[in-house]
Design a binder for this molecule. Structure first.
Ligand code: GMT
Length: 383
């Protein structure tokens, strides 16, 4: 058996997306015998609710009148360096390029300058908007490109994101070829499973959506599609999560006259229990590198209706595990919703296929060894 590794993971403490992937990865790696430290400016909710033996380091820095905002990215780099000097780290794994790959780069550079022990290797996982919306803004792009190039390995959560990264950031590389490995997101299929909560076969048909309610998720657009699909029915839309568009969506639900059929739950940990009884999971984003919440729904046996953007088609197989349509096709999206809400046998069959795909292609036991292989490869390679 290979020796256990000392791994430092850096992530945003988000309720969904990269914060979930990083937390679940940390927990799975620790369960496989590695020593795992997680660095963030707050405890990610997915880690907080687990008793798993991951060592959490909350690095916030201290406020100071000269700072416009407290630079937690520097505090994270500093915290990593302190730990490396005392206990040693083999690998730093940054989730979401900004600012974490920058923090990891800083910590690794300082460790190299120490010279007294081997500096950790640096792996960066790109998640989506760190490349497509934020990282490619001119105010950040040169540094995003630099840290991608400086990483010992770069992974992307979908082939589409890897392609877009190459297009945006890798044309002018001179030092090394731009190798970006696709390691897809994964799901704990023992936690997210169809039996997590019973379906109420006599209850109203139900659509569920989980997101951070940012404009990229287009929740208002979803509301319009839902209204169109379910006019004159008792179908419900369950909205889980919170963010900037929540209040406008509440207003829109009233304007559309569907406020009694739209349920706002806010942020919840009980996702398997909310996803499993739903008839369909809806994802209406304008950009989506992967769509982790759709995968979690699939693992619960719930089929997906989604916009065909980014890497979503790598997760949802159109006509098999869900239905896809063009991002501007509101009528098409509504028709897909109606089909899965009101043809329950078809929805059940797609749900079973979705569960099968989640287990076979994205089960955490299949994906975690791929990250371990990346770590071992960078450790075996001379810089
Ligand atoms: O940019 C975001 O929406 C947040 C980001 C994150 O860090 O959580 O989400 C991205 O990463 C997720 C985990 O890999 C993916 O499942 C999401 O598709 C991706 N979001 C977008 O591409 C919009």
């Amino acid at each position: 058996m290979s020796a256990p590794l000392r791994i430092g993971i850096l992530c945003h403490p988000t309720y969904g997306g990269s914060g979930v992937v990083a937390s679940e990865l940390a927990l799975s790696l620790a369960a496989r015998g590695h020593t795992v430290h997680l660095f963030s400016h707050a405890v990610p909710p997915r880690l907080a609710r687990s008793p798993g033996p991951v060592q959490m380091h909350v690095a916030q820095g201290v406020p100071y009148p000269l700072f416009h905002a407290t630079p937690h990215d520097i505090a994270i780099a500093s915290s990593i360096l302190t730990l490396h000097r005392t206990e040693g780290l083999d690998v730093l794994h940054a989730h979401y390029a900004l600012p974490h790959a920058v923090s990891a780069y800083l910590a690794r550079s300082a460790a190299i300058a120490d010279r007294d022990k081997r500096a950790p290797r640096m792996v960066t996982t790109l998640h989506g908007t760190d490349i497509t919306l934020v990282g490619n803004d001119p105010s950040y792009a040169p540094l995003t490109q630099f840290v991608i190039e400086q990483s010992d390995a770069v992974t992307a959560v979908s082939a589409d994101l890897a392609r877009r990264t190459r297009e945006n950031f890798c044309r002018e590389f001179t030092l090394r070829p731009c190798a970006i490995e696709v390691v897809p997101n994964f799901v704990d299929v023992a936690l997210f499973h169809p039996g997590a909560a019973p379906r109420d076969v006599d209850g109203p048909p139900r659509v569920v959506h989980v997101s951070n309610f940012r404009p990229v998720k287009r929740v208002p657009w979803l509301l319009r599609a839902f209204a169109l699909a379910t006019q004159g029915t008792r179908a419900e839309l369950l909205l889980v999560g919170d963010g900037p568009d929540q209040q406008p969506v509440r207003t829109l639900a009233r304007d559309l006259g569907i406020q009694d059929r739209v349920v706002f739950l806010g942020e919840r940990d009980a996702l398997p229990e909310l996803l499993a009884p739903a008839d369909v999971f809806a994802l209406s984003s304008s950009e989506e590198s992967f769509g982790l919440s759709a995968l979690e729904a699939m693992a619960c046996g719930t089929p997906v209706v989604a916009t065909d953007v980014g890497g979503v088609r790598e997760v949802v197989e159109a006509g098999i595990t869900g239905l896809l349509c063009e991002p501007e096709d509101l009528e098409g999206f509504a028709a897909h919703l109606a089909m899965l809400l009101f043809e329950r046998d078809r929805a059940r069959a797609m749900g079973a296929a979705a569960r099968h795909a989640a287990v076979e292609r994205f089960g955490h036991e299949r994906v975690i060894p791929r990250y371990e292989a990346v770590y071992r490869r960078v450790l075996a390679t001379a810089r």
